[in-house]
Write a protein that binds this ligand. Structure first.
Ligand SMILES: [Zn+2]
Length: 194
């Protein structure tokens, strides 16, 4: 664990040096096109439960240090019921794409990948990472600069739990502070942005 923490500090510094914060805006955009704070699960952001989360704790995380943003999809076909089209995910703020996963399929080999298809973005202006999970299509590649509010993906039902019939279709959005990888609640920022 200690070694992991040293690595986190080191990487935070590498990223800070690699991306000058002044070149990236600090404005926050609501990450689902044509949705607002009302689409966030629970009342007043109560779906955010950071207790027990430890970035270095491996894949079996406790808690839910994130907000789930639900789309209108009663028949669970992954499409927005209002438009019959996929719901578009937008970058939370200006940033650099760090990693993506786009190969999730519902079979045994992917059972451990709870996020399904996902994107990690580093936001130098804010000093945070954003993580978007359960994606269908991903439109960005690692290393790419993305503008805040730019289209990066579509909402999907990928990931073990999100694929199950009982799960309403949603975007899982987690923010981590880059300096120490502790979770940050996006709720108030999302409310302001929507
Ligand atoms: Zn979630």
């Amino acid at each position: 664990m200690e070694e992991g923490r040293t690595e986190i500090t080191r990487w935070a510094e590498v990223l800070r040096n690699a991306c000058s914060a002044e070149q990236f805006g600090r404005e926050i955009f609501f990450p689902l096109r044509s949705y607002s704070v009302d689409a966030i699960g629970g009342k007043n952001g109560e779906g955010y439960k950071p207790a027990g989360y430890e970035f270095l704790g491996g894949n079996r995380h406790k808690g839910h240090p994130a907000q789930d943003i639900f789309i209108y999809d009663r028949n669970q076909d992954g499409l927005d019921d209002r438009t019959g089209r996929p719901a578009e995910i937008l970058a939370l703020a200006d940033g650099v794409v760090l990693s993506t996963f786009i190969e999730w399929v519902p079979d045994e080999n992917f059972k451990h990948i709870r996020g399904g298809n996902y994107i990690w973005i580093y936001h130098p202006g804010l000093g945070i990472f954003s993580y978007y999970a359960h994606l269908q299509d991903v439109f960005v590649e690692p290393g790419a600069n993305v503008p805040g509010g730019g289209r990066i993906a579509t909402v999907g039902r990928t990931g073990t739990k999100a694929y199950a019939a009982r799960s309403p279709t949603h975007l899982h959005l987690m923010l981590l502070r880059a300096s120490d990888m502790t979770p940050v609640d996006p709720y108030l920022s999302l409310k302001k942005a929507s």
